[in-house]
Design a protein around this ligand. Structure first.
Ligand code: FES
Length: 168
């Protein structure tokens, strides 16, 4: 076989290989799509948190749909705020999405100042989640929730949630 013919064969072989590789990649993408849950199934994601073990002044961070959620049980030094508080039994709780309303950093809770402080640009929110300093343009957002006994169910719009967002 001449060298030219051999090179031509090599080229055709490589071309077939490349086509097969691209086809394989498309097939994998198709398979992954069929494994992924449907958007409606993803949207049905709930997170349930039992609030009853929380002590006054305790802060917890949980995750709901890949977002940080802040839960704070107010103590006596924090004033009640009917526009932001969720009342369960004799406890007042603040529940917010833990993303700064400026550019989306995750603020941290400072128990000594009773402030949520955002390290990115110095924004601050009080214990109610209200923006009190720096560039954040609005309070921390409240995630949809419902109350089931002493449990907080994130991802469903219960009457307590509707009441809070109606008063904002
Ligand atoms: S992202 Fe929080 S102050 Fe800018």
């Amino acid at each position: 076989m001449s060298i030219q013919k051999q090179e031509r064969r090599d080229f055709i072989g490589m071309a077939f290989g490349a086509v097969a590789a691209v086809g394989g990649a498309f097939a994998l993408v198709g398979m992954k799509k069929s494994w992924d849950p449907l958007p409606s199934v993803k949207a049905a994601g709930f997170t349930t948190v039992d609030l009853s073990p929380m002590q006054p002044g305790e802060f917890r961070q949980v995750e709901w749909r890949k977002k940080p959620i802040f839960i704070l049980k107010k103590d006596d030094s924090m004033k009640a705020n009917p526009k932001r508080d969720i009342v369960i039994g004799d406890g007042n709780y603040i529940v917010t999405i833990g993303l700064c309303t400026h550019l989306g950093c995750i603020p941290s809770w400072s128990p000594s100042d009773k402030l949520f402080k955002c390290a990115c640009h110095g924004g601050e929110f009080n214990a109610d989640g209200m923006n009190v300093f720096g560039p954040p343009p609005r309070p921390l957002d409240i995630p949809p929730f419902k109350i089931d006994g002493t449990k907080l169910v994130l991802g469903e719009e219960g009457p307590e949630y509707k009441k809070l967002v109606a008063t904002v």
